[in-house]
Design a protein around this ligand. Sequence first.
Ligand SMILES: [Zn+2]
Length: 256
Amino acid sequence: MPAEEATPAIVLRTRDYMESDRIVTLLTEQAGKLGGIAKGAKASRRRFEHRLEPFSHVMLYFRRRPHGQLVFITHAEAADLQPFRLEDDLGRLALGSYMLELAEALTSEDAEAAGAYHLLAEALAALAAGEANIALRQAYELRMFRWAGFGMQFDRCRVCGESRAQAAAVYFIIGRGGIVCARCRESAPEGGIRLSAASAAALAELGQLPLADASAATAAGADGALAIARFIASVVDRKLRSVEFMDSVIAPATRA
Ligand SMILES: [Zn+2]
């Protein structure tokens, strides 16, 4: 029998299986994204203590199986891991669900994802402690995409390198993952999404802040939100189901 492994993990998604089992998708610190089966999860409080729900932060014990993709989850416990308490607030639940879904979309099984695990943990802790708002959402998006290798740049022109400090507006080019200045835009065939200087500055700042400080920072306006949404759609090849609900619950960004 394969050795039992243990790792801190955050539950991304669950579904019931057969009479009493549960299939669980987790983002782990040591083992990347994992799919596992918890036999008897619905009946065994001793082994699982109701800890295999979305947002659960657990020490996960599991064995790999020689065949089949799902690992065998032996038990899960809270250990001394920080719990994320979101359930009493619709806005937190909506943004938190989006955070889980985006983390799942940007990670793959059998690939290292410790950085993504730590970012998600940091984001959910910030969400539990603060306000569910657009600034925290944008900061998380920027950080998670940078972790995945898709860093977006908002502080200087991708073509000439000039700082946007003096410009009234810049243009976000999806294919370049960053802004260009008005002068360089004339030679860019893609056109670009016009960003106010305030929105570009907000996004440049949010990309650098610790997530714990993000919800108190200034969010980019609707132009910045549009630029990020288009960029995400160009990278993630699936529709994120939690977006619509989140957009209906969290107040839209104020116009810059
Ligand atoms: Zn330029």
